[in-house]
Design a protein around this ligand. Structure first.
Ligand code: HAM
Length: 429
């Protein structure tokens, strides 16, 4: 029987990457706490209709990329391809609109899209996302973008650029007018479009604007731009956002082609990109979706949010960290070495004593030689080895050795405190 491997486009997150993931998640939690966002743990599976209705039937995600199956009760279920739809569902289902606005939530976890796997594009990938409900003004967008900038600074991702756009509202002048202009422009060039975009022209012309094919990108250079179709309200909103970003010192560039691959957006859309990841250059993306709560049966509630791709960010910031772990907080401070099974009880009790105040402690294997266990302690990145053999137990002591320079000493076997004061907590990087 051949070995079973992971599915294509699906990866284990192993050390050292998993330490970087944890760093990103911890930084995000801290930033969210400072901005008074609460965590929402949304399900991984939902009714398929949640995504078809919010993301849009005629989008790549819904048409081609959803992991959809029928459960034993005959329901169509999908693995979530993103988080916004579920957060909106939860907001409406749990009547969170009855609470005082704004309501602010964040989530983290795996998303699933059946895409063609390549660097930076997986079929199972992790997102950290946040959504704000009940704020219509450009200051809410601005604060979200400031928060994203703070998060990127916190994780030392400093070579990214923020791109913003407005895709208008669904009122007559904005989106329908723009749609008509696009249809007119691309209809005259239909033969030059890729096969997918020929269909998009009929079903969802806006999607031509985020087609990755070169032929379509070339045609797009001279295509109508939404900026000339914005209604007065949307133009004002966009102008206010830019004014606030300027005032806050947040650098940005305008990109009239950011329409995003999901249908729910209105007004502000944005992407944070890097030049270091090739084609998959967006590390953070999001925007406003002022109609979605109402479309899901809630009261009209403006909303805006973003999601960050954890794998992409991990890839970018890995270089900031050296060695096997991104920093010492993930390394054991002590490596307790039991020598022989008779001494193991005392050794393990000492290890527990060291862990109680919160220190990281690894332990060796009682049946392995001292020399090998010392080597393992070194490889694990421990600062101190603590040796407990029959001789030590008989004398009521444990021997410690500082692995960086071989300095050595003894403490009483039940005196974890003496060892703890020896190794003061390390400075956090
Ligand atoms: P999205 O642009 O589809 O937006 O995804 C957000 C981020 O997730 C992307 O910028 C990228 O970093 C990461 N990502 C997306 N697909 C993949 C993939 N196949 N492999 C690896 N990383 C990926 C959303 O999902 C919206 N829900 C964002 C949002 C929240 N808008 C409003 N609120």
């Amino acid at each position: 029987m051949s070995n079973i491997t992971t599915l294509k486009g699906v990866a284990d997150v192993r050390p050292p990457d998993v330490y970087v993931f944890e760093k990103i998640e911890n930084a995000a939690r801290e930033i969210f706490r400072r901005h008074s966002f609460s965590e929402l743990r949304i399900p991984i599976i939902e009714h398929t209709g949640l995504f078809t209705r919010s993301i849009g039937e005629a989008t790549d995600i819904v048409e081609k990329e959803m992991y959809t199956f029928t459960d034993k009760g005959g329901r169509s279920i999908s693995l979530r391809p993103e988080g916004t739809a579920s957060v909106v569902r939860s907001y409406v289902e749990n009547r969170m609109h009855d609470l005082p606005p704004p309501q602010k939530f964040y989530y983290m976890g795996p998303m699933f899209r059946y895409e063609r796997p390549q660097k930076g594009r997986l079929r199972q990938f992790y997102q950290i996302g946040a959504e704000v409900f009940g704020g219509a003004s450009a200051s809410v967008d601005a604060e979200l973008l400031v928060m994203i900038a703070a998060l990127l600074r916190e994780i030392r991702l400093d070579d990214t650029e923020l791109f913003i756009n407005s895709i208008g509202c669904k009122d007559k002048q904005c989106r329908p007018g723009f749609r008509d202009a696009l249809v007119e422009y691309f209809s005259q060039r239909v033969e030059l479009l890729c096969e997918d975009c020929k269909k998009r022209l009929e079903r969802n012309p806006l999607r031509i604007l985020d087609c990755k094919m070169e032929v379509c990108a070339a045609l797009r250079k001279d295509s109508p731009k939404i900026s000339t179709h914005l209604c007065a309200g949307c133009r004002t909103h966009h102008g206010q956002l830019k004014g606030l970003l300027d005032a806050l010192g947040v650098k940005y560039r305008e990109d009239p082609d950011i329409v995003r691959g999901l249908d729910y957006y209105t007004r502000t859309t944005f992407e944070v990109r890097t030049e270091r990841l090739g084609a998959q250059n967006a590390v953070v993306a999001g925007g406003r979706y002022d109609d979605l709560v109402k479309e899901f049966g809630g009261p009209p509630t403006p909303a805006v949010g973003f999601a960050l791709g954890v794998e992409r960010v991990c890839e970018l910031i890995k270089a900031n960290f050296s060695g096997i772990a991104p920093d010492s907080e993930f390394l054991p401070e002590f490596y307790v070495i039991p020598l022989g099974i008779a001494a193991a009880g005392k050794a393990l009790a000492l290890a527990q004593g060291l862990r109680a105040p919160g220190r990281a402690v690894a332990t060796g294997d009682a049946l392995v030689s001292l020399k090998s266990q010392l080597k393992r302690a070194d490889k694990a990145g421990a600062r101190y080895a603590v040796i407990v053999g029959d001789d030590e137990v008989a004398r009521g002591v444990a021997v410690w050795r500082r692995l960086s320079d071989g300095a050595q000493g003894e403490v009483k076997i039940d005196d974890a405190g003496a060892l703890l004061s020896l190794a003061a907590p390390q400075e956090q990087a």
